[in-house]
Design a protein around this ligand. Structure first.
Ligand code: CP
Ligand code: NVA
Length: 308
């Protein structure tokens, strides 16, 4: 069974195939309407169940449309409306029922361990739609977006700027799997996962940590950022914003990167906090293309999970 839980868990060659498939499917997309099934897929007549413990705009929309374009259908459930979310049913019992009703599951949850537990209990494939530890689907479309505008990401240099969070962890894994260098520009005490950093080191990944953001963005081909306050991040918000203030991506910071560097943001954005509108709406920003590419990434991921 093929789960899509983290980029580090998927063989490199398979990940590269998934990326190529996302690009190929984008090239074949029908312009006649949003739900035209134009290409054969492993998802035809299959049901994707999506369970959300946290809000979502892009992930929900893109998975839903992806499944329809692949010839399948979807059901979306908010975990708070399920017995599982209310603590009235075990994850094991829920997994049995889910496995009987659907062909594939996408889960957005808080604790990564909940995702891992579910993956062991289901008898159908599971996709990580974001946990507190990672967001692998996001990085697939981010790499796709970079390559669409700049060519192969292999050998490129990327700067992650801001909080060391779940998406940072996946960005580090993407750097190893897609062979690019990544400068992690975060304040002291806002480092990404040690486990992910250790894994990257064991794979000879090109990962460097910078606490001086201006040093970290020098000579990079891409700046990536994300919200400073993630969903469920219930620490001292005021202090965190103060600590991250000098990590705002603004025109001055962007001008230190390579002249033709591109800007990516996970979205949703808190404008004028982690990024200024001048950068987000500026000529180097690819954020809308990046959001749109989630659709093509999801199609390739679903198709791969359902392949034999
Ligand atoms: N980037 C992303 O996952 O967006 P949503 O939270 O809107 O799904
Ligand atoms: N780091 C953010 C990503 C949102 C898509 C969060 O977890 O809220």
């Amino acid at each position: 069974m093929k789960h899509f839980l983290d980029l580090s868990l998927i063989p490199k060659s398979e990940l590269h195939n998934i990326l190529s498939e996302a690009k190929r499917r984008k090239g074949k997309q029908s312009q006649a309407g949003k739900v035209v099934v134009s290409e054969p897929s492993n998802a035809k007549d299959k049901l994707l169940l999506m369970i959300f413990e946290k809000p979502s705009t892009r992930t929900r929309l893109s998975f839903d449309l992806a499944m329809r374009q692949l010839g399948g259908e979807t059901i979306v459930m908010n975990s708070q409306d399920m017995h599982l979310g209310k603590g009235e049913e075990t994850i094991g019992d829920t997994a049995k029922v889910i496995s009987g009703f659907s062909d594939i599951v996408m889960f957005r949850t808080f604790k990564h361990q909940t995702l891992l537990d579910l993956s062991e209990l289901l008898t159908i494939p599971l996709i990580n739609g974001l946990t507190d530890s990672s967001h692998p689907c996001q990085l697939l479309s981010d790499v796709m977006t970079f390559e669409e505008k700049k060519g192969s990401i292999k050998g490129a240099k990327v700067a992650w700027v801001g909080d060391g969070n779940n998406v940072t962890n996946s960005a580090i894994e993407a750097a190893v799997q897609f062979d690019f260098a990544i400068n992690i520009c975060v304040p002291q005490n806002y480092l990404p996962s040690k486990k992910v950093l250790d894994w990257a080191q064991s794979q000879n990944g090109k990962v460097e940590i910078f606490h001086d953001v201006k040093d970290g963005v020098k000579g990079v081909d891409c700046i990536m950022s994300d919200k400073w306050i993630s969903m469920g991040d219930d620490g001292d918000v005021k202090k965190k914003k103060k600590d991250l203030k000098s990590f705002q991506v603004n025109d001055e910071l962007l001008s230190i990167a390579n002249q033709d560097a591109v800007y990516l943001h996970v979205l949703p954005a808190a404008r004028e906090e982690e990024v200024t509108s001048s950068v987000m709406d500026g000529p180097q920003s690819l954020v809308w293309l990046q959001a749109e590419n989630r659709l093509h990434g999801q199609k390739a991921i679903i198709d791969w999970c359902l392949s034999s």
